[in-house]
Design a protein. Sequence first.
Length: 354
Amino acid sequence: MRKKKGLALIGYGGMGKQHLKRLENVSEIAVLGVYDIKSAKKQAAKEQGWNIFETWEEVLRDPAVEILILATPNETHAPLAIEAMHHGKEVICEKPATLSVAEFDQVTQAAKETGRHFMVHQNRRWDENYRIIQQLKEEDRLGEIFSVESRVQGSRGIPDDWRRLKENGGGMLYDWGVHLIDRILLLFRETKPVSIFADLSYVLGHEVDDGFRIRLAFKNGARALLEVGTVNFIQTPEWYVCGKIGTAVIEDYELHGRYITLNGKLAKEAQPIETGAGLTKTMAPRNDGSTTEFSLPYVQTDVTDFYRNFVEVIDGHAEPVVKNEEVRQVLHLIELAFQSAATNQVILIESEAE
Ligand code: NAD
């Protein structure tokens, strides 16, 4: 049997604990210990039975530690990752990888110089709702997709921690924007985004955004609306996807939803009907058997594949499932989103290849 790779978790907070839980199912990795900058967190980890590294230097010096997971606040990722790679460590980093493209380039430069690997935990690629939409698209169930709305909405505001602070890379664009942008770019990987318009909300009065709306236009004509809100007591669907012969909706994480496809031609003459105080045939519902309704397909996902892939990547047996050029593109769009919101303008996205 292959020797397990030794791992240290950096940052014993919400996400750090989640990593530890998930790693229980990853036989390729042995968790050697936990380090947190706060003594109370170290103590808490100790009480849960984890071996503790007293200092960051102790982690870096330990030759048994091959992999680090950085689950610390956003602004710490770049400096910690760079230092770790210069000490020979392989790095899994929480999202957002960094707060800017320039900083990300320093990280990937360090990876290049040291021959180490750096992979970002874009775990929401494994969300079932996203995989369902991906599958409907791959199987061409809806015809050519011309519009996607992807949302995450809550009603609890932003947690009262570093997420409310600019210096730590707080705000919803960094927090959830990276996931939504990452997924939409993958969904439309056959084309590319050509323009972006973003509108950030500050309903709660913090110094960082508590939500956003981003509109992306793609070269093939498709459009996407990405939306995050933290003051939504009634949620609108997480996914609403329109193709030329069908529409899909996924309401929530419990995967309530359906899709409807056309049986015949789009333009089927209808009799005008009364709706509200008016008359319409354009908007007449299809109650004539010209469409079929389907349940959402069943998909199975396992986010722990992420860690297994990283081990394979280190051993030179696989390509990273989350590629650094993909992460860089997401960070580039985040920068453009901030710029668009600040100027209230649509920003054209220049392709580096052109
Ligand atoms: P948290 O505040 O709960 O935990 C962060 C921990 O890091 C704290 O215990 C803190 O003491 C520690 N810390 C801070 N600076 C440190 C340093 N220099 N060295 C060592 N420890 C340090 O935050 P969280 O919610 O766990 O978020 C951590 C990271 O995980 C963030 O980047 C966040 O965006 C990300 N995250 C990702 C997901 C996801 O689904 N991928 C979900 C939640 C959070």
